[in-house]
Design a protein around this ligand. Structure first.
Ligand code: GLP
Length: 241
C-alpha cells in the first residue's frame, strides 16, 4: 500500500487529480469508479482545471459511481446524480450515456441492483476506483457488519452515517434511511484503488483501517487485501502514520 501524506489539501488535490488525469491521457477508454461526499471535490476541481487547459479528453471515458440514496426523486439537490453533474460532469466533455449511477428511485430496487451489477460484469473492469472513507470505516455505503455483500445491494444506513450526512440536508429527518451501494467485492475488483481521507476526525479510523486487523466490522480494512492501493491523506488524517 502506497501511503502519501500531504501538508496541504491543494497538494493532495493536485496529486490525486493528476493520477486520474494520467490514466485518462494514456487510456482514453478508461473506466473510472467515482465517489461523492466532500472528500473528492478538490480532485474533481483539478480534473476540470486540466480539462479547461485542453490537457484532457473525457469523450471515451466511462464512469461508474459507488452509490446513491434510496427514495430521493430525480433532480433532488442531494442525489449523488445531481452531485456528479454539478461537481464534475457539467464541466467536462464526458458522454453522459457513459456515466452510471444506481437509480435509488427505481420502483424495483433489487432489479436495479442486478442491472448495475450486470454493467459491472463481463469484460468491464474499473481501471481506477476513487474512494472516500466514512467516519465508521465505510466505503461506498458498505457499513460495518458481521458480513459484507460482494455485489450491488440495498443497505440500511447507520444512524452515525445519517448524522454525518445531515449537514447536506435541512434536517436529519430528510436524510434517507437506505442507499444502493456497489459491494466490496466489486470495489476490490478495480485494477487500482485511490483512497482519499481528510481531517483529524478520521485519523484514527484511517490508521485502524490501513494497519489494523482486516474485518468486515471496518469495511475499509479489506483494502489491505488489494495489490494496488494508493492512499492520499492530508496532515490531519495522517496524524498516526
Ligand atoms: C458518504 C459516501 C461515501 C463517502 C463518505 C465520506 O456517506 N457514501 O462514499 O466516501 O460518506 O463522506 P465525506 O467525504 O463527505 O466525508
Amino acid at each position: 500500500m502506497n501511503i502519501k501524506i500531504f501538508d496541504t489539501n491543494e497538494e493532495l488535490d493536485q496529486v490525486g487529480g493528476n493520477i486520474i488525469a494520467s490514466l485518462v491521457q494514456t487510456k482514453p477508454h478508461a473506466v473510472l469508479g467515482l465517489a461523492t461526499g466532500s472528500t473528492p471535490i478538490g480532485i474533481y476541481e483539478q480534473l476540470i482545471f486540466l480539462f479547461k487547459k485542453g490537457l484532457l479528453d473525457f469523450s471515451q471515458v466511462t464512469a461508474f459511481n459507488l452509490d446513491e440514496y434510496v427514495g430521493l426523486p430525480e433532480g433532488h439537490p442531494e442525489t449523488y446524480r445531481t452531485f456528479m453533474n454539478k461537481r464534475l460532469y457539467s464541466h467536462i466533455n464526458i458522454n453522459m450515456n457513459r456515466t452510471h449511477i444506481p437509480n435509488g428511485d427505481a420502483p424495483d430496487l433489487e432489479a436495479e441492483c442486478r442491472r448495475y451489477d450486470s454493467m459491472l460484469a463481463g469484460g468491464t473492469q474499473i481501471d481506477l476506483q476513487l474512494l472516500g472513507l466514512g467516519h465508521n470505516g465505510h466505503i461506498g455505503f458498505n457499513e460495518p457488519d458481521h458480513a459484507l455483500s460482494s455485489g450491488t445491494h440495498v443497505v440500511d444506513l447507520k444512524e452515525e452515517t445519517r448524522k454525518a450526512n445531515a449537514r447536506f440536508f435541512s434536517s436529519i429527518d430528510e436524510v434517507p434511511n437506505q442507499a444502493i451501494t456497489m459491494g466490496v467485492g466489486s470495489i476490490l475488483k478495480a485494477k487500482m484503488i485511490m483512497l482519499v481521507v481528510r481531517g483529524e476526525s478520521k485519523a484514527e479510523i484511517a490508521h485502524q483501517a490501513l494497519t489494523g486487523p482486516i474485518t468486515t466490522e471496518l469495511p475499509a480494512s479489506l483494502l489491505q487485501t488489494h495489490p494496488n492501493v494508493v492512499v492520499l491523506l492530508d496532515k490531519g488524517a495522517g496524524k498516526y502514520f
